[in-house]
Design a protein around this ligand. Structure first.
Ligand code: HEC
Ligand code: HEC
Length: 207
């Protein structure tokens, strides 16, 4: 290879790398700015959802550490009135789509703090087997993870809140993805309740 060709090639590779690095830096910059905006806006959520989204109330969900896509979807559904709520519809209406995505970006980067909750050990055991048969396909790793970021994390979520959501889903007040509907067919109320105990029983530092 001639010296000139060689230099040209190095120049070309360097340019490509610089362009790629700049694009990457701009993307992570955009993400960092979104999280920063979410943190500022998120202060008003913490009155109810707790510091950094770690709710201490049974009726209010933990949102710190929840999946970002699921937080965004929920906020948009509340805003559009397609998901039932007592208070969130009014709150969500005050935010633009960009602001909702910033809130989701911020809360999803916080730790999911799982408090100790009162649960029934027999239901927990039964719930574990129902989970393994019917739910683990999407709510992975005992509900601490999810197959898609549009599926919520369930492990450690407030039992009363989980119950309310299942009630809305089973009675058709809240429509969920068809794929989840299939899992809920041929499942008894007792099995559902047991599964929720299994999720709520998981507490403390879990990964
Ligand atoms: C006045 C109390 C209050 C405030 C303030 C509040 N929330 Fe909520 N949030 C609730 C309650 C209660 C629910 C359950 C749905 C309902 O009844 O409205 C909920 C549900 C949610 C959910 C659904 C989570 C899940 O797992 O299903 C998300 C996401 C959420 N809130 C995000 C936010 C964000 C982001 C803010 C701030 C912009 C906020 N909330 C401010 C009380 C509040
Ligand atoms: C095929 C995937 C899939 C399966 C199987 C599945 N889920 Fe889900 N689940 C989802 C998705 C996606 C959502 C969010 C739906 C939405 O908000 O539109 C969800 C939402 C939920 C919620 C509401 C949580 C909240 O904070 O709003 C609960 C509770 C739940 N699932 C429990 C279960 C249980 C119990 C089973 C087993 C009996 C199960 N799921 C099986 C995908 C699944």
């Amino acid at each position: 290879m001639s010296m000139l060709r060689c230099w040209r090639m190095i120049g070309c590779i360097t340019l490509t790398l610089t362009v790629a690095a700049t694009a990457w830096a701009q993307r992570s910059d955009k993400k960092a700015r979104s999280i920063e905006l979410g943190e500022a806006l998120g202060q008003s959520c913490m009155a109810c959802h707790g510091t950094r989204g770690a709710s201490t109330e049974q009726a209010i969900p933990i949102i710190g550490g929840q999946n970002d896509v699921f937080i965004s979807l929920s906020m948009k559904a509340y805003r559009d009135g397609t998901r039932p709520s007592t208070i969130m519809e009014r709150i969500a209406k005050g935010y633009s789509t960009k602001e909702i995505e910033a809130l989701a970006a911020y809360f999803s980067t916080q730790p999911f703090l799982r408090p100790l909750q009162e649960t029934d050990p027999e239901k927990v055991t039964r719930g574990q087997s129902v989970h393994a048969r019917k739910c683990k396909k999407c709510h992975l790793h005992n509900g601490r993870d999810a197959i898609d970021t549009d599926s919520p994390l369930l492990a450690g979520q407030k039992l009363q809140y989980l119950r309310r959501n299942m009630e809305e889903i089973l009675t058709g007040k809240r429509s969920v993805e068809i794929k989840m509907d299939a899992a809920l067919r041929e499942i008894t109320r007792e099995e559902v309740e047991a599964t929720l105990h299994f999720y709520a029983a998981q507490h403390g530092e879990l990964h």
